[in-house]
Write a protein that binds this ligand. Structure first.
Ligand code: MG
Length: 360
């Protein structure tokens, strides 16, 4: 594959409902799209980073590093497989979301050249995947319950994930658990702290643990490996790591230390689909369940995530809320719609399997 041209598009989408995490309130989503031309074909990738609370890689930082360093490394390159992209870009440390975007577009082209859907091309085994909902931090427990009830009007929701932070945790989880027990007794509930706690909060985390949670996601700081391992020894609920796992090496370290029992895989956070697949393969062989996290992607990033989540080790529901529910519109036409049972179809057309339409 000979890379002829790379065009970047910068886009801002406004959330229909602002979304709060322990990092702050998100009103808009800033994103970058890469449009790559190679061998007469076009591939697309989406930059799925966030603000500086999640990672240093803000949209402005990514835009700068892409233009000044990453694009010149790929322009005119000849590749035999998308797995080679990471090594080509290795002279730039970090910036995994920017690298993942470029690699995604090249995976799209490679799958098109093979005449296969991306899912089939990477060995996916599922045609449909189960999705959960993710609920931002609400001002009070009653608002949390109301928000979840409004999201559960959609069928087939596989689990509810509640964002928490100190002071917005136990009462919210207790109220929600009470409401779910009445109306949706079998629906799994999990929490995501986005690294907002320390071991000094052990008492709170133990009391959360008593609410029969599917998992507690990223309770401690990203590099708190030993504290996560210590905390896991005190909890019944599995700890899931998100921000901590930025490479296969870190997934190996986390498992060796007993720092988690579940891994959240996001292609952008780990630097690309190749690394995401490698982490999946390692966890699958180790018997550790994985799931595909979301970064409020449009249909372009979502299509890639759905292909990833079609691999056999993705046994837990992922974050796949369709973009039109988040933003009132999508950047693909037609948008990815949930099936009648609430599952999401893995795109089956060649490549990413979606038609990009950036304009309104
Ligand atoms: Mg998370």
């Amino acid at each position: 594959m000979h890379i002829q041209n790379i065009t970047l598009h910068r886009i801002e989408l406004r959330f229909k409902t602002p979304y709060a995490t322990s990092f702050g309130v998100h009103v808009t989503r800033q994103l970058i799209l890469a449009e790559v031309q190679a061998d007469g074909l076009t591939g697309w990738g989406e930059w799925a980073g966030d603000g500086p609370g999640y990672s240093y890689e803000t949209v402005d930082a990514a835009w700068l590093i892409l233009h000044s360093h990453l694009l010149p490394m790929l322009h005119g390159a000849t590749l035999t497989h998308p797995n080679e992209v990471a090594a080509r870009l290795a002279a730039v440390r970090g910036y995994p979301f920017a690298k993942a975007m470029l690699e995604a577009a090249i995976w799209d082209i490679a799958a098109q050249q093979a005449g296969q859907s991306l899912s089939r091309f990477i060995g996916g085994t599922r045609a449909n995947v189960v999705a959960g909902v993710s609920v931002g931090i609400q001002p009070d427990p009653a608002a949390t319950v109301a928000r979840v009830q409004s999201l559960l009007r959609y069928p087939g929701i596989g689990r509810v994930k509640l964002k928490i932070k100190p002071g917005h945790d136990l009462a919210h989880v207790a109220a929600l658990r009470h409401a779910l027990r009445r109306e949706w007794p079998d629906l799994p509930l999990m929490v995501d702290a986005n690294a907002a706690y320390t071991l000094a909060d052990l008492d709170t985390l133990r009391r959360l643990d008593a609410h029969n949670l599917l998992m507690i996601e990223q309770p401690l700081a990203a590099d708190d490996w030993l504290d996560h391992a210590e905390l896991q020894r005190h909890l019944r609920s599995p700890i899931c790591l998100d921000e901590s796992i930025t490479s296969l090496a870190q997934a190996k370290a986390a498992l060796a230390l007993g720092a988690c029992r579940v891994v959240n895989i996001k292609p952008g956070r780990v630097g690309g689909l190749s690394a995401a697949i490698a982490i999946h393969d390692f966890c699958h062989a180790a018997g550790i369940p994985v799931w595909c996290g979301g970064m409020f992607e449009t249909g372009i990033g979502r299509a890639l995530n759905l292909a990833l989540a079609s691999l056999p080790g993705f046994t837990l529901p992922g974050d796949f809320t369709p973009a039109q529910r988040l933003f009132g519109r999508d950047l693909i036409d037609p948008p990815i719609e949930a099936n009648a049972d609430g599952t999401l179809p893995v795109p089956s057309d060649v490549g990413l399997g979606v038609r990009v339409r950036i304009g309104d």
